[in-house]
Ligand binder design. Structure first.
Ligand code: IPM
Ligand code: MG
Length: 360
């Protein structure tokens, strides 16, 4: 089978981590007899430099004709002072909106080998932490009306949080379906004690839950959820929440695992099409120095194999290879600890590639 992949390397460490990810993917292709073809596209700072806009129309067009998109990272200090519409971040929102990627899956897991890096006490971590944050990605305050008006005492500014029943229903269904394949628990996070949009959110989630009787549902206000994530993260399986709350809580969840350089993400829409990117940013300070950790990108590619191409064995082969490399003591600088063997970006990619075996 041939899979057409749009590749957005982006800025900072983007190109080097994507390069390693694609080597791993090519190895999977060889072992399992798939053909992956790549088209490189511009988005973010590099697109601003070359085309004077963060998200050229051509990029969206070609993404739409592809089976999936792999993205490294976008942004950097060089473009920080541009106005809102011209900033690299605009590329991310544009891609999400234009490609209809309404469901953002952000797993927060502790790797057994990296347990020491978790900032929480061992008794709080327990055996493991394995949370899936399902963040609504194309609605809410990120996409609502915003603007400025003249008030009596000077300028005023507003942003609006709007959710329709349909938008809540589709993200809720994704969360319940994912929970069915995990530990069958969904925690819906909102601010229904204050926000009308949250009250609608909660109503719809409760209605949708009736279609998934095997899944336990509870509700938390976002402030309480932020606290519970630190107090007792083991209680969570799937967290489903709005665009803005999901932005904040997914950063918190990733940090409590201590392995932010390791965490992948998937952004999905209606069919199997998806965009896959590491959770971390473009780390301009270490760009081009062969220091970046490519594991989050490699694991994003595993998510692509699983969610867009339905290649579960191939996804597992990639994830197993990452585990083996860690078990054997190899670390990039960001996850280095005493007694381990420090390697660079390329070497880490090479190791993962070499540890991939086809056993099914
Ligand atoms: C994320 C990022 C983006 C967001 C920014 C860079 C626009 O923080 O993907 O979580 O807020 O969605
Ligand atoms: Mg964020």
């Amino acid at each position: 089978m041939e899979y057409k992949i749009a590749v957005i390397q982006g800025d900072g460490i983007g190109p080097e981590i994507v390069e390693q990810g694609l080597r791993v993917l090519d190895k999977i292709g060889q072992l399992y007899g798939h053909k992956f073809t790549y088209t490189n596209l511009l988005a973010g700072g590099c697109a601003i430099d070359e085309k004077d806009e963060p998200l050229p129309a051509e990029t969206i067009e070609i993404c739409k004709k592809s089976d999936a998109v792999i993205l490294g990272a976008v942004g950097g200090p060089k473009w920080d002072n541009l106005p809102g519409e011209k900033r690299p971040e605009k590329a991310l929102l544009g891609l999400r909106g234009e490609l209809g990627l309404y469901a953002n899956l952000r797993p927060a897991v502790i790797y057994e080998e990296l347990k020491d890096a978790c900032p929480l006490k061992p008794e709080i971590i327990g055996d493991s932490i394995d949370i899936m944050v399902v963040r609504e990605l194309t609605g809410g305050i990120y996409f609502g009306k915003r603007g400025r008006t003249k008030g009596e005492k000077g300028s005023e500014a507003f942003d609006t949080e709007t959710y329709s029943e349909a938008e809540v229903e589709r993200i809720a269904r994704i969360a319940f379906q994912i929970a069915q394949k995990r530990r069958s628990k969904v925690t819906s996070v909102d601010k229904a004690n204050i926000l009308e949009s949250s009250r609608l959110w909660r109503e719809v989630v409760i209605r949708v839950s009736k279609d998934y009787p095997g899944v336990e549902l509870d509700h938390l206000y976002v402030d309480n959820a932020a606290m519970q994530l630190i107090r007792d993260p083991k209680q969570f399986d799937v967290i489903v929440t709005s665009n803005m709350f999901g932005d904040i809580l997914s950063d918190e969840a990733s940090m409590i695992t201590g392995s932010i350089g390791m965490l992948p993400s998937a952004s999905l829409g209606y069919d199997s099409f998806g965009l896959y990117e590491p959770i971390h940013g473009s780390a301009p300070d270490i760009a081009g120095k062969n220091m970046a950790n490519p594991i989050a990108t490699v694991l994003s590619i595993a998510m692509m194999l699983r969610y867009s191409f339905n290649l579960e064995n191939e996804a597992k082969a990639v994830e197993n290879a990452v585990s083996m490399v860690l078990k054997n003591g190899y670390r990039t600088g960001d996850i280095m600890s005493v007694g381990m063997k420090q390697v660079g970006t390329k070497e880490m990619g090479e190791l993962i590639m070499n540890y991939i075996i086809r056993d099914n």
